[in-house]
Design a protein around this ligand. Structure first.
Ligand code: ADP
Ligand code: ZN
Ligand code: ZN
Length: 808
């Protein structure tokens, strides 16, 4: 038998299946979706088996060396999905396969030195004998030896053929096992033994009494639990096992980070409101009839979308099928996990970046082995290996994090719709501020629109005030707080109510500029300004991590008038401490929440009213729900408005809408103050008026005029090279190939220098393709990729991003 195998090297040149012979002893183990190791060139590599067949056109075939997985890790559906991703996102097929598996299942490759001739080693290299007590040693370990002379001798032994080097492929995923114990004799025998052990250790008698007191003495108990929870002695358990009264064995164990939640009492479905009832009916109908419909559920926060999700999933479980729920990483809070675990308990697997690698692997296995029916997770959970999918839900569908920026550059929404079509099941997209793409499709009836207009508890949305910061400046107020916001803040602190202050920036100041000549300190490797971090007093590059001290004098004119510009959370915190020393402030940004669990800890403290003000970046915009928050302030509503990105207005609108929803969610009425330097911009005024439809109309006109999505599709092609001329030349050639091969209705823009002209010492040039429908585009792009593979050796790198989310 022959296996077709994709080799684990994410390069275009090997992106095709290779034929390998399956040795007789492995024939019953090798099947599509399984991973194996194979000889490849002069090394050994991991490979994915995609097909098994009876014959090959090639005569001389190499053999499969080892089988790694006991059961296929990729289902036939996921294998097909991998091909589709490779085709439509222009990535190597193995990159797509790897993206579907937990990171811990990536193979690790290590060189090992093995003993080729033990007799000669003993005779000629006696000083190496202790190192080779086992037959091999890892190369990395050898490099750390304290005695470098040994390394010389090892090289010598390799040259002489006494030692040899091999590449070892290792599966890093580990299944955790634990010891369980059970009685191997009857209750009567245990009792008889207890009588006889009158004089024996009291600890052994405890063990015997425990097992006798149980109804089923042969039930298996984890030894560690007997020790910690029942207070039994480990030695006594082992001693009785040695006497043949008990049996100990190793049993596979799933690490379960949510064990406590699984044991809690389940929540019951709530009786739906009329509006919810109307919205859920078509979803249930699609689930029942196994129809591939895409629903866009447009409902303000608090309108009961999550309850709809829960009840739709219940229906799917009742039908014996499974559901995937995607949630943006930052919304995957304990509260969110709680709602799903609360309803479905241990039926839920959670894929969360806060889990350890082992925990993630076990959650994945629980899905793969059919032990759960619901997977809740961020973007990559869309690949959950369920075999009988009945529903896919994407909450906050407008979030840009659903697009992966790295290879494979997929959008979870596209993958979801593709899987839904294969599985004959519906997709539900939910959002209070749907993306223009999705909303436009819903208006054109490609998606079905479901609307929830009412907040569940009928609390009105809070009134929003827009403050014109230009006037504040004119009136001589140079503080980050307008008079109005400051007064309101003081009122809250006096009344012991809480405030959330939102700022869309990180660090103390965005950049450092010379006031004499206007020079901005930039990263020497990437063409962007460095960000000042006050804690370390360093300037940092957010692209490559480059760090440097703040210069005392301007590097171009020598003036000492270097000044910090822009506003960051640290600066606001300092100002708050100065103006309102009595107010307790919690600052939440990338710097204060870096450690695992840091995020939750800060939120818990705020929830317990240990602070008056929560100050943070976009991470506080989502899902927060604190009853005592009665004021929300947005310090710089426009900080995103002028980014070089055609979605800047849309993102600003979404963010402002979301932040405003944080106030007055409970009994205390809330207020929102938005400070802006462009208070008349429609993204600001529409968000303040909570008018999605007006924003949609206005933004669609602009997109139409400028030829952007959803009226046109975009493809972004980026070429990089250490020399600007090389990158420019290559992108010129690509632009002309595109112009010559595509239909005349397609617009090819560029090549142009993007807003970040250089990253990590590589110059960047971009071409943009705008099109409505162009069947020739993918074939031409594949050709360009192919061409680059052949000429790509001279240091050019090419990346193609279909439907990019970021244009920088
Ligand atoms: P969304 O996901 O749209 O923000 P949620 O589903 O979280 O809305 O609902 C907001 C609040 O209203 C939650 O506390 C939820 O428990 C409650 N809720 C939603 N639907 C109902 C219902 N039919 N009956 C009672 N409470 C409900
Ligand atoms: Zn840099
Ligand atoms: Zn200067």
């Amino acid at each position: 038998m022959i296996a077709e195998i994709y080799i684990d090297i994410p390069a275009g040149s090997v992106d095709k299946p290779f034929d390998y012979q399956i040795p007789d002893e492995l024939v019953h183990l090798v099947c599509p979706g399984i991973r194996v190791t194979v000889p490849f060139g002069r090394t050994r590599r991991l490979g994915f088996v995609t097909a098994v067949k009876a014959s090959s056109e090639l005569k001389k075939l190499r053999k499969v060396s080892q089988v790694i997985d006991p059961v296929p890790v990729l289902t036939p559906e996921l294998l097909g999905l991998g091909n589709w991703l490779a085709e439509t996102t222009l990535c190597p097929t193995v990159s797509a396969y790897q993206a579907m598996l937990p990171a811990v299942m990536k193979a690790s490759y290590e060189k090992q030195v093995t003993v080729a001739d033990r007799t000669r080693l003993d005779r000629e290299f006696p000083e190496l004998i202790p190192l080779f007590s086992k037959d091999f040693i890892g190369w990395r370990r050898l490099l750390t030896l304290p005695d470098p002379q040994k390394l010389d001798r090892i090289r010598r032994a390799i040259n002489d053929g006494v030692l040899s080097v091999r590449q070892n492929v290792q599966n890093q995923a580990r299944i955790r096992k634990r010891t369980v114990i059970s009685a191997s004799v009857s209750k009567e025998r245990l009792e008889a033994f207890l009588q006889k052990t009158e004089s024996r250790s009291e600890r052994q008698r405890d063990v015997l009494r425990f097992f006798i007191s149980r109804n089923e003495p042969d039930q298996k108990y984890p030894v560690s639990e007997l020790v910690t929870k029942q207070g039994l002695s480990r030695q006594a358990l082992h001693a009785l096992t040695a006497k043949g009264l008990f049996t100990e064995e190793k049993k596979e164990q799933f690490r379960n980070p949510y064990e406590a939640l699984d044991e809690e009492e389940r929540t019951q479905p709530l009786p739906l409101t009329d509006e919810q009832e109307k919205a859920i009916r078509p979803i249930i109908r699609s689930v029942d009839r196994q129809e591939t419909n895409v629903f866009l559920c447009h409902g303000v926060t608090g309108s009961g979308k999550t309850e709809l999700y829960l009840q739709s999933i219940q229906r799917v479980i009742d039908k014996g099928r499974q559901a995937i729920v995607l949630v943006p990483e930052i919304s995957l809070t304990p509260l969110m996990v709680h709602r799903f675990k609360g309803r479905f308990g241990n039926q839920v697997a959670v894929m969360h970046s806060g889990l350890s690698r082992g925990e993630k692997y076990d959650e994945w296995r629980r899905i793969r082995e059919g032990r759960v029916s619901v997977a809740v997770g961020a973007r990559s959970a869309v690949f959950a290996p369920f075999e009988n999918l009945g529903l896919i839900i994407i909450d906050e569908e407008h979030e840009s994090s659903y697009k992966q920026e790295d290879i494979p550059r997929y959008h979870a929404r596209d993958v979801a719709i593709h899987r839904a079509a294969r599985n004959h099941c519906p997709v539900v997209l939910g959002s209070a501020t749907p993306s223009l793409e999705s909303y436009a499709r819903a208006r054109k009836k490609v998606y079905q629109l479901l609307t929830l207009k009412e907040r569940f508890n009928h609390h009105p949305l809070p009134p929003v005030d827009i403050v014109d910061m230009r006037e504040e400046m004119r009136d001589g107020n140079h503080s980050v707080f307008s008079k109005e916001l400051f007064t309101k803040l003081q009122e809250r602190v006096a009344r012991h109510e809480q405030t959330v202050l939102f700022l869309n920036r990180r660090g103390y100041a965005t950049f450092v500029m010379c006031r004499s000549c206007g020079t901005v300190i930039k990263c020497p490797h990437c063409d962007i300004s460095l960000t000042y971090h006050r804690a370390s007093h360093l300037l940092k590059c957010h692209y490559c991590g480059y760090e440097t001290r703040v210069p005392d004098a301007c590097p171009s004119c020598g003036s000492d008038a270097m000044r910090y510009f822009g506003t960051g959370t640290q600066k606001v915190e300092a100002e708050l401490n100065r103006l309102m020393p009595e107010a307790r402030v919690i600052r939440m940004d990338v710097d204060t929440t870096g450690r695992k669990g840091g995020h939750e800890k800060l939120l818990r403290r705020f929830g317990e009213h240990q602070a008056d003000i929560l100050l943070g970046t976009q991470m506080i915009a989502k899902g927060l729900d604190f009853p005592e928050v009665t004021l929300v302030g947005v310090l710089a509503a426009d900080s995103m408005l002028y980014l070089p990105d055609f979605r800047a207005s849309e993102k600003t609108f979404q963010l402002l809408t979301q932040v405003s929803g944080r106030a007055g969610r409970h009994d205390l009425p809330g207020e929102v103050v938005i400070q802006s330097y462009s208070p008349d911009h429609y993204a600001v005024t529409d968000a303040a008026a909570n008018d999605f439809n007006r924003f949609y109309q206005e933004e669609m006109q602009i997109r139409h005029r400028l030829g952007y999505p959803p009226f046109y599709y975009l493809t972004l092609i980026t070429v990089t090279h250490p020399e600007a001329a090389q990158a420019a030349g290559a992108s010129e050639r690509i632009a002309s190939i595109l112009r010559n091969s595509l239909s005349s209705s397609v617009r090819v823009l560029g090549p142009a220098v993007p807003s970040v002209a250089r990253i990590k010492d590589r110059y960047r040039f971009q071409c943009m393709v705008k099109y409505k429908r162009e069947p020739k585009l993918l074939p031409v792009l594949h050709q360009i990729m192919q061409h680059f593979k052949e000429t790509g050796k001279n240091g050019l790198q090419l990346s193609i991003d279909m439907n990019p989310v970021s244009l920088m």
